[in-house]
Design a protein around this ligand. Structure first.
Ligand SMILES: NC(=O)c1ccc[n+]([C@@H]2O[C@H](COP(=O)([O-])OP(=O)(O)OC[C@H]3O[C@@H](n4cnc5c(N)ncnc54)[C@H](O)[C@@H]3O)[C@@H](O)[C@H]2O)c1
Length: 336
């Protein structure tokens, strides 16, 4: 049984809480929420979960906590992860791991030093279509990967507590907050980036809020990734990918709602091959966030090291997104 402290009660914390509630071998025993209004709303929904205004006090009083789930704004990830690791707690930290490579490295080091597991919430690594597509690539079903395109297009987020997400100093802008999902997916499929070139557009607060990034990988595979939150009007939340291999193509696209709240209703993943009929590929329909939380809990329960969405993966994703940002700022190709 794992006792969990949930940090934050905002958008992604609510998604995680549902994931924790589904498990019989984990329980959220405390929540850290400094904002009184947010805490009151949370208490109305979950009156049995004690709320703390101070994380240090939570750690002091709730000694039974095994896991800290960091669902706080990105600029706070390092501070709270380091404090949790120092207290000997395992950490699930939302993506992006941090705003800088230094911060992400410090978090990975803290976990190593204190002998705890640190997993980063790169949910696409648990998302049915992305998982199955990568498995098929690894099995060689489409031959050698020549190119991967992926996109993630959203309206400007207006739900974040105190609007922190719109300030690039706190969120890193859409390139770190949103685009990073697909950069991580490209790295997961293609390996370690070699060269990165990106062009983009800044949003009203000066952050890079729309990005078109080209990532070159050893062996010749290239990824074209587009993402941002400058979409307007009723433009539906859009995400998808197309992986072109020497012997086939995997393609998936999803369009719905304004965020990912309608993620249950999805299109099929298709496999195309020369001389063969287009094939619909069955995928897991389990919610990615639930799967991610169940996987982390099972690693801890079975004393197995986390192997998916590791701190190293989170760090590589931050490096890639920051290289894309540097390229947009300088107009130059960034060699990794
Ligand atoms: N994996 C995903 O698909 C996904 C989706 C959304 C968000 N996220 C990530 O999760 C993290 C949280 O995002 P969110 O959308 O839940 O944010 P949110 O604004 O909805 O919630 C933030 C929470 O942190 C609390 N908080 C504590 N200190 C704060 C401070 N100084 N300023 C503002 N809020 C403070 C807020 O009260 C709130 O409970 C971010 O890193 C974000 O990038 C990941």
């Amino acid at each position: 049984m794992k006792n969990v402290a949930l940090l934050g009660t905002g958008f992604i914390a609510s998604v995680h809480l549902e994931g924790w509630k589904r498990l019989s071998n984990a329980e959220v025993v405390a929540v850290y929420e400094p904002d009184d209004k947010a805490a009151a709303a949370f208490h109305r929904k979950y009156p049995a979960i004690p709320r703390y205004k101070s994380f240090s006090l939570l750690l002091e009083e709730k000694n039974e906590v095994d896991v800290v789930d960091v669902c706080l704004p990105t600029f706070l990830h390092r501070e709270y992860t380091e404090e949790a690791c120092a207290a000997g707690k395992h950490v699930l930290c939302e993506k992006p791991m941090a705003l800088t490579v230094d911060d992400a490295e410090a978090m990975a080091n803290a976990a190593r030093r204190h002998g705890v597991e640190l997993m980063v919430g790169h949910a696409l690594r648990f998302w049915g279509e992305y998982v199955r597509a990568r498995e098929l690539v690894m099995e060689g079903v489409i031959g050698e990967v020549l190119s991967l395109s992926a996109r993630r297009l959203a309206l400007t987020p207006d739900w974040s507590v105190s609007g922190w997400i719109l300030d690039p100093c706190y969120s890193g802008g859409a390139v770190l907050d949103l685009h990073i999902h697909d950069l991580d997916f490209a790295n997961w499929v293609c390996g370690k980036p070699e060269k990165i070139f990106a062009q983009g557009a800044r949003g009203p607060r000066g952050g890079w809020d729309h990005a078109c990034t080209t990532v070159c990988y050893p062996g010749g595979a290239v990824a074209h990734v587009e993402g941002g939150w400058l979409m307007q009007g009723d433009f539906p939340f859009t995400m998808g990918f197309c992986i072109l291999g020497s012997e086939g193509i995997l393609e998936w696209e999803f369009r719905s709602g304004v965020n990912i709240e309608e993620r249950g209703a999805s299109n099929p993943l298709f496999l195309y091959r020369q001389g063969k009929e287009k094939r619909e590929i069955p995928v897991s329909t389990e919610d990615a966030y639930n799967s991610e939380i169940a996987y982390f809990t099972s690693c801890l329960e079975n004393k197995r090291a986390v192997e998916s969405a590791t701190a190293e993966d989170g760090l590589a994703a931050v490096r890639t997104a920051l290289a894309a940002r540097r390229s947009m700022e300088t107009g130059e190709l960034v060699k990794m």
